[in-house]
Design a protein around this ligand. Structure first.
Ligand code: LMR
Length: 392
């Protein structure tokens, strides 16, 4: 049976996680996976999530099935936070196993609706994007995103390509904190993209995995909301992994806004059928915690405050690194690091440079030179800047 099975391609982020865990050296700096770390290097459980978990342990009386769409109250609350009440009210929705699970459900939905759909992804993007869509047999094409030097968004090239697309094309956009570049469209650029989308008739698919880590919750969601409001039909994959700290619990949701109510009902039933194929019913625990937090005003306020604290810490790390780099002029200019949003920056490092950072300096970064500034603390900024400039 398996003699002709080709070995799968390795995901560079997962390979790096395994390598980091196996490295016995003390004092490593992990700028690899998109995981938030605090000053001590820990990835904390949010206070509100821990409180919700305690409450659930005491009050939950059954573990019986919830339903094919998962917990619809979780979807309603999360949809209201991210899309806003209006878009949420005209969305088909279902619970998914984290952001990747949500993307997979959407890929299956697109495949069922129109097998010849082409999904256009930014160049560069997160490695799982092409893998998920190709994995269900959809065609994937790239549109320009970062400029050649990977230092700034090439909005003109991006917009020009999106002007060429039309019905039957799907355009995947990162809702905020673009992974891996950290470059997001400005509000005016989002408005232009929404106008192109409405005029050209392509379907937007927003991957929202880092809401709250860029400019703040409302600003981070604004581009996605404008885009989805402009289109008669639009898709969103929303992850709670980072902004609720629920990485391993796999909480996420799919939203499909569809103006026509009859079509929306068919989309809802199709989403539920896809869930039935994948796991019969999505796992409840992570979504139930999010529902508990978002439905309790005190827990919700505490969650929002803790998330804002994380955002500010990431921004502080970014400034500290940018200052440490600026204090050591010479070599390649990395000043763009200070202007980016969220956890990631892409430094365009070669494979030998990435290897040298790891082997000689104990600093882990993803192939291509993506760094996660949430993985360090401000006191490590000098060490990281020194090492980056030494290898470049
Ligand atoms: C990342 O980009 O590092 C994260 O989203 C983790 C992952 O699963 O790739």
């Amino acid at each position: 049976m398996f003699e002709a099975l080709p070995p799968p391609e390795t995901d560079p982020i997962l390979a790096l996680m395994a390598r980091f865990r196996a490295d016995p050296r003390p004092d490593l700096v992990d700028l690899g996976p998109g995981v938030y770390r605090d000053e001590t290097g820990a990835t904390p459980v949010f206070r509100a999530v821990a409180a919700a978990e305690r409450r659930m342990a005491e009050t939950q009386t059954t573990k019986t099935y919830v339903g094919l769409a998962g917990d619809l109250e979780f979807c309603r609350l999360l949809g209201t936070e991210t899309l806003g009440a209006d878009l949420q009210s005209r969305a088909a929705a279902c619970q998914a196993t984290g952001g990747s699970g949500a993307l997979f459900v959407l890929a299956r939905l697109l495949r069922a609706a129109r097998p010849e759909t082409v999904v256009h992804i930014p160049a560069p993007t997160w490695p799982n994007h092409p893998a998920v869509f190709r994995g269900v047999g959809l065609a994937v094409a790239e549109y320009p995103y970062a400029d050649r030097a990977m230092r700034a968004l090439d909005f003109d090239a991006m917009a020009a390509r999106l002007e060429e697309l039309g019905p039957g094309d799907v355009v995947l956009l990162h809702g905020c904190c673009h992974n891996p570049t950290g470059m997001d469209p400005t509000p005016a650029q989002w408005a232009t993209l929404a106008e192109i989308c409405a005029r050209r008739g392509w379907l937007p698919l927003i991957d929202m995995a880092y809401a709250g880590f860029g400019e703040g919750w409302e600003a981070d969601c604004a581009g996605m909301r404008g885009m989805m409001a402009a289109a008669p039909e639009a898709l969103a994959a929303v992850s709670c992994s980072k902004n609720f700290g629920l990485y391993r619990d796999r909480a996420g949701a799919v939203f499909a806004t569809v103006d026509d109510p009859a079509r929306r009902a068919v989309v809802q039933a199709t989403l539920e059928g896809i869930n039935r194929n994948i796991h019969s019913m999505p796992p409840d625990h992570g979504g139930a915690l999010v529902r508990e937090v978002l439905s309790d005003p005190a827990l919700r306020a505490d969650w929002a405050a803790e998330l804002e604290g994380m955002r500010l810490r990431i921004a502080g790390n970014r400034s500290a690194l940018a200052e440490a780099l600026a204090a050591r002029p010479g070599g390649q200019d990395l000043s763009h690091v200070g202007d980016l949003r969220g956890m990631f920056s892409l430094l365009g490092l070669s494979a030998p440079q990435v290897d040298r950072l790891r082997e000689d300096f104990g600093i882990y970064v993803v192939a291509g030179g993506r760094i996660n500034v949430a993985g360090m603390n401000a006191a490590q900024a000098d060490r990281v800047a020194e090492a980056l400039l030494a290898v470049i």
